[in-house]
Ligand binder design. Structure first.
Ligand SMILES: *[C@@H]1O[C@H](CO)[C@@H](O)[C@H](O)[C@H]1NC(C)=O
Ligand SMILES: *[C@@H]1O[C@H](CO)[C@@H](O)[C@H](O)[C@H]1NC(C)=O
Length: 362
């Protein structure tokens, strides 16, 4: 097979030459929006391992993705012509498959160590970074430490974090520990300062092209419409306020981190704007509704989990939300299209097409 020939070639001669022969690796960190199945290997309740998850995936079976089909990392891999990135905990992630990259994401986690504390055994962000280090050791055993460093430096990285620090922490219960400790503006400042450390660590571990997504309109997810939305399906005011404080500060932090490093390592994706386009005007994007989840129960299908007993919409292309919190595959496609081709309003300082063009020249 082509890849194994490349590996053999790399082992025999210079690692520098070999780095250019390989396709670009892709690494993914974060929460359920980008988890491709790690939690299925863990003893946790935060998992998407039941019907009808995966109903529109090529296998038509649940894979651990919180989607009816592909999730955002899958669609990025497909657009870039890369093999889909395997979950780090998958037993299939061995040998030459390691060179494709790895997905370390784990549903339920946040920036803070105490986010998602109700889910035991999930892989919190510092553990994901630790596994990234171990991954690099494993790759070094195949292609040498210089080859591994090259692979990581040339890789594309995606990190999606932060939503759970609100919905599974600050706003999880009334009078949560964090909401008693911090006012919302102070909490957001604290999150951003902790996120900066996470991103700095990713840089120190060799990442050089990192897409960082902000939070979507959390207050407009069917779960929030059901629990704290307005009487006519208006988005939750508190969660919308949280997103409006958090997202601009994330972009400022990224700008300042890039300045400190002296290079455009981190690229901010305005997930809020990307989602809001179809939430405010679902029909323009071919959706029948952006309020009602495809799978679930209760108002807006927003209460509880998506299970075999839930309501299930017949045509998943018509719902912007797949379950109470996660976009449908069709919505994910719109988001990935914006990540690739969006204007400067969506992608700061540049979109992924521009990144690919720039990096292919070096
Ligand atoms: C979170 O945990 C990591 C490692 O377990 C630790 O290094 C870090 O300081 C912790 N963060 C906070 C804010 O306590
Ligand atoms: C990507 O970003 C560049 C630079 O901002 C812009 O010119 C271009 O129109 C965007 N879209 C594509 C497809 O490159």
């Amino acid at each position: 097979m082509a890849t194994s020939l490349v590996i053999a070639f790399c082992v025999m001669i210079s690692f520098v030459g070999c780095a250019y022969a390989q396709p670009r690796a892709f690494f993914v960190f974060g929460d359920s929006l980008v988890d491709s199945g790690n939690n299925d290997f863990l003893a946790t309740t935060a998992r998407a391992d039941n019907y009808p998850y995966g109903i529109d995936y090529p296998s038509h079976r649940p894979t651990g993705r919180f989607s009816n089909g592909y999730n955002i990392p899958d669609l990025i891999s497909l657009e870039l012509g890369l093999e889909p990135t395997l979950p780090y905990l998958s037993p299939l992630l061995v040998g030459e498959k390691l060179l494709i990259g790895a997905n370390f994401a784990s549903a339920g986690i946040g920036i803070l160590n105490d986010t998602g504390f109700q889910f035991i055994h999930i892989i919190r962000i510092y553990k994901q970074l630790r596994l990234f280090e171990l991954y690099q050791k494993r790759v070094s055993a195949h292609i040498g430490s210089e080859g591994a460093r090259n692979l990581v430096n040339r890789a594309l990285v995606l990190i999606t974090l932060g939503g759970n620090d609100f919905v599974n922490n600050y706003y999880l219960v009334p009078f949560s520990a964090r909401s008693r400790q911090f006012s919302l503006p102070d909490y957001v400042r604290y999150l951003i300062s902790e996120y900066r450390k996470v991103l700095r660590r990713l840089y120190d571990l060799g990442a050089r092209r990192v897409l960082v997504t902000g939070t979507g309109p959390m207050g407009c997810a069917p779960a929030e419409l059901a629990m704290r939305g307005g009487p006519n399906g208006q988005c939750s005011v508190e969660l919308e306020r949280a997103a409006s404080l958090y997202n601009p500060q994330l972009v400022d932090m990224i700008r300042s981190l890039n300045q400190e490093i002296g290079s455009d390592i981190f690229v901010a994706a305005d997930a809020y704007r990307m989602h809001m386009d179809y939430i405010t005007n679902p029909q323009a994007y071919g959706f029948a509704t952006s309020k009602v989840a495809c799978c679930g129960q209760g108002p807006y299908n927003g209460l509880g989990l998506c299970t075999p007993a839930s309501n299930l919409c017949p045509n998943r292309e018509l719902n912007a939300f797949w379950d109470a919190f996660h976009p449908s595959e069709k919505a994910n496609k719109i988001i990935v299209n914006r990540i690739l081709r969006g204007s400067a309003q969506y992608m700061y300082p540049m979109n992924l097409s521009t990144i690919m063009a720039l990096d292919s020249r070096t």
